[in-house]
Design a protein around this ligand. Structure first.
Ligand code: G3P
Ligand code: CA
Length: 332
């Protein structure tokens, strides 16, 4: 797997700065096994003892933080059946057009594509009789659930919330960051030593959270490709040495797409990896999936590449049990 001499020299230098144990972030809960972001997926993830459980956050019409990956509802809920008349002209259903009471009437299912096919075919198979198990959760419900499980299990599993599409929310008249900060204050979570990383794709908002809104917790700047249109940020710039320097002024780490860290053909690490480490930024790439492997790699090789070769500080994974098992096996 490790092929290039140059890369070997670079990586052995970098390994000096590597941390002892990377963190495991349960991506959308234990989403490899149960519908993403639902309370059952959180409970299962908690039982797998990751370091963090992720919450993607959007707002309801009445300004409640709900845990959903998309501003749209149609890919993971039965909204089209329950509220057929509520789609917009573009044919999509938007969470922000529904009150929390309405959102709670929906059931959540495995993610489906535009052809209504399950994106990960072998994941949870819905048979209809237990669909009430899976509902949209609020951020507050997840805070309370994880907190209480931490108390009863004697663990300290952290939150890893992501503020989704702040500019979209602002255009709709809502300030997701202000509402988020109020929730942190309510639960006394806005502390420098809180076991939490806050993440956002929009660097304008990342800066605002730290410099204007007084966020004290860990903060991670997510990195996309410009073609994804995640925000109006120039991600090519943010991934550059100068961009990373700016990020390091307000954030503790970056959340890159895994292919941005390594050339899967040559196994050579990218300049982004080197430059981020040089800035002292933690690196938490997304997303390790046992059922959607990086090109040319099996699961074991993907883990070896991510942890032993790239030496990242943590990873988002749909399979926290499998990643933890790998990391524990290396400690024996
Ligand atoms: O937040 C890390 C990772 O989840 C980013 O990708 O699109 O799954 O939120 P996404
Ligand atoms: Ca996310």
């Amino acid at each position: 797997m490790i092929r290039t001499l140059i890369a070997t020299v670079l990586l052995s230098t970098l390994s000096l700065a590597a941390i002892a144990r990377p963190v495991v972030i349960a991506h959308r809960g234990a989403s490899g096994y149960l519908p993403e972001h639902t309370l059952p997926a959180v409970i299962l993830a908690h039982g797998m003892s990751p370091d963090f459980i992720e919450q993607d956050l959007v707002l309801s019409k009445d300004g409640v933080l709900v845990v959903l990956h998309d501003i749209h509802l149609d890919t993971v809920t039965n909204v089209a059946e329950v509220f057929p008349a509520r789609k917009r002209a573009d044919g999509r259903f938007y969470a922000i057009d529904f009150t929390l009471a309405e959102l709670k009437q929906l059931t959540v299912h495995e993610r489906r594509d535009a052809q209504n096919q399950q994106v990960f075919a072998n994941r949870y198979q819905h048979n209809g009789s237990n669909s009430d198990l899976f509902k949209i959760a609020t951020f507050e419900q997840q805070i309370n659930l994880i907190s209480e499980l931490n108390r009863s299990r004697g663990t300290n599993i952290g939150l890893y919330p992501e503020l989704k599409s702040p500019a979209f929310h602002r255009a709709a008249g809502q300030d997701i960051s202000q509402i988020f900060m109020a929730m942190l204050e309510k639960y006394k979570l806005n502390q420098a030593d809180a076991n939490m990383f806050v993440q956002c794709f929009d660097f304008n908002e990342t800066r605002r959270l730290r410099n204007e809104l007084g966020l004290k917790t860990g903060l991670v700047q997510l990195l996309a490709e410009n073609s994804w249109q995640e925000s109006d940020n120039d991600y090519a710039y943010l991934r550059s040495a100068q961009g990373l320097k700016e990020i390091a002024q307000v954030a503790d780490g970056i959340g890159p797409w895994l292919p941005q860290l390594v050339d899967f053909e040559t196994q050579a690490p990218t300049q982004l990896l080197m430059n981020a480490k040089a800035q002292g930024l933690k690196i938490h790439p997304y997303t390790l999936r046992a059922d959607q492997l990086p090109p040319n790699l099996n699961w074991q090789q993907a883990l070896t590449l991510t942890f032993d070769w790239l030496k990242v500080d943590g990873v988002f994974t749909d399979f926290p049990d499998k990643v933890s098992q790998y990391l524990q096996s290396k400690q024996k």
